[in-house]
Design a protein around this ligand. Sequence first.
Ligand SMILES: [Zn+2]
Length: 144
Amino acid sequence: MSCQVTCGCGVNYNIANVYCKRCNSEKWKHRFPNWTTGNYALNELIKNSQHSAKTDYELIEWIDFSDLQDLNQIDPGVYEAVWKSGPLTNCYEDNPGDFLTIHYTPFWNMIGNNWNRSPEYKVSIKEFTDFPVFLKEVICDELF
Ligand SMILES: [Zn+2]
């Protein structure tokens, strides 16, 4: 079965490589003024990942605390929560649960003029008190 996705820029992609770097990095760039972590180094790390990501797995995104709910401590310094907006996804269903109505996109939904997301997504949160240790862990995660 051959399946291709056409991005808004006109480029065709196979589903396995559907993140359009050119379009998505521009869309992230336009949103840079809309958020801040409050830390310059962390802002730059996130912006750099959004600028250079070739897949969604290389992407770091700032999640504002207001976009989390049901925060629950599961260990000292470790929490679980529900990310209301959720991570990016390359597909959506017209009728949830009906795989026949799945549509694939290059993560950007041209109809909704926003990214496709999997809302109400359960996430783990790790508390850091030492910022250099945090940066080292994030950078190592980004490299591997
Ligand atoms: Zn594109």
